[in-house]
Design a protein around this ligand. Structure first.
Ligand code: NAG
Ligand code: NAG
Ligand code: NAG
Ligand code: NAG
Length: 361
């Protein structure tokens, strides 16, 4: 194929993109431009349950499932942004050309899908000062510049661990990263990924520990209006090696990034699953006053005892109360799809309460 023909083809494709708005109303393909003072940032992992989101509050949807044009059109009709997922092996983008190539490809993809930005979700271990550390910081800066230039009003966000203290060996330049993008989504969950004390089942996101970590971010002089608080709409189900009289569940030793045990001894369970189990469990809903989180014990069909730790509106609102009091940018969750959005009246009520808990008690 001649170069001329290739150029001709690609110009056809550009024309085609401009004309291929999949929305019923072509104006819904226009990217969202207005600033929102308060963010409600939703991760969507696919399927059609987004239809049941509380769209009167959603401001951004990060699409981690496959591209869904219907979701894009719907979000735009509600004034909400839809952003791509960005993940790349850091060793591959230490090279400037490779990095620029990655960014160019993402901008092109966002334009062709009428998206409003990108959520960079790199959860790799990085050593402070390493080539990957510097490349990651540059990646965030250069991605933000490219998106802002190519798609006016677009949003670039970056996902960080629940604390800036090298969690899971993710020693990033949090300060420069936060300065370089529009907002940082703090994943305030999986807080037992590195258990250094007793190997026992504990809360996914204990309230005091969670809030203390926001103080750590703020103490680094990261502006509160850059920080979005991410809460879990899921919990962990741990098989207990034994369960003490006091309700302590010993768990198997599954090491993770230097720690002898971790939440990898359990399985993540959606809030919808948890709500179906809790009433018929051995214990019913228990409240741990120290961690300020609900939990319950159940026996599986093989006779194995399990302990389940999760978040519900009572534990979530204790955390989201802090969002307003500290002037954070907003709230969000992992993930929007995992509530029970069926017509069952109890489920409907429970799901509505989970959405409301995003705004405090
Ligand atoms: C560039 O990225 C590719 C994968 O996309 C990788 O195979 C290659 O090694 C990278 N080059 C450099 C110099 O990092
Ligand atoms: C429970 O199991 C753990 C791990 O096997 C063990 O260290 C501990 O002594 C056991 N506790 C009881 C009360 O049996
Ligand atoms: C479980 O029990 C709670 C508290 O008694 C109740 O409000 C809820 O409706 C029950 N859930 C289901 C699924 O029946
Ligand atoms: C959606 O959220 C708004 C604001 O919090 C609330 O007033 C409304 O009742 C919610 N809608 C549903 C269906 O829960």
């Amino acid at each position: 194929m001649s170069l001329f023909f290739l150029l001709f083809l690609s110009s056809l494709m550009v024309v085609n993109w401009a004309e291929s708005c999949p929305c019923e109303r072509p104006e819904l393909c226009q990217q969202i431009r207005d600033e929102r003072d308060f963010e409600v940032f939703v991760f969507d992992v696919g399927g059609k349950t987004w239809k049941s989101y509380n769209w009167s509050v959603v401001t951004t949807v990060a699409t981690f499932g496959k591209y869904d044009a219907e979701l894009m059109c719907h979000a735009h009709s509600k004034g909400a942004r839809v952003v791509l997922k960005g993940d790349v092996h850091l060793a591959d983008i230490v090279d400037q050309n490779n990095r620029t190539g990655w960014i160019t490809e993402k901008v092109k993809l966002a334009k062709s899908q009428f998206m409003d930005g990108i959520n960079i979700d790199i959860e790799q271990a990085v050593e402070e000062g390493s080539p990957e550390y510097l490349a990651l910081t540059d990646l965030v800066k250069e991605t933000t510049e490219a998106f802002h230039r190519e798609i006016p009003g677009s949003q670039v966000s970056f996902d960080v661990a629940w604390s800036p203290k090298c969690i899971d060996k993710r020693c990033y330049d949090y300060v420069t990263i936060a300065e370089s993008c529009d907002l940082v989504f703090v994943m305030s969950y999986d807080e037992q990924s590195q258990i250094l004390g007793d190997c026992i089942a504990m809360a996914n996101a204990p309230v005091t520990q969670t809030l203390h970590a926001y103080d750590q971010y703020l103490n680094l002089k990261i502006a509160p209006e850059k920080l979005v608080m991410g809460v879990p709409w899921y919990g962990y189900d741990y098989p207990c090696l034994n369960l003490s009289q006091e309700g302590i569940c010993c768990i198997a030793k599954v090491p993770f990034r230097g720690a002898p045990c971790s939440d990898a001894a359990g399985k993540q369970k959606a809030y919808s699953w948890i709500m179906k189990q809790v009433n018929s469990s051995l214990s019913g809903r228990l409240w741990d006053g120290k961690q300020q989180a609900p939990n319950f014990n159940y026996m599986d069909p093989e006779g194995q005892i399990h302990q389940v730790w999760y978040d519900d509106p009572e534990s979530i609102c204790l955390k989201t109360d802090f969002v307003k009091s500290k002037g954070l940018r907003g709230v969000g969750m992992w993930n929007g799809n995992i509530l029970d959005y069926s017509d069952d009246p109890v489920a409907k009520q429970q799901s509505a309460m989970m959405w409301n808990a995003l705004f405090g008690c």
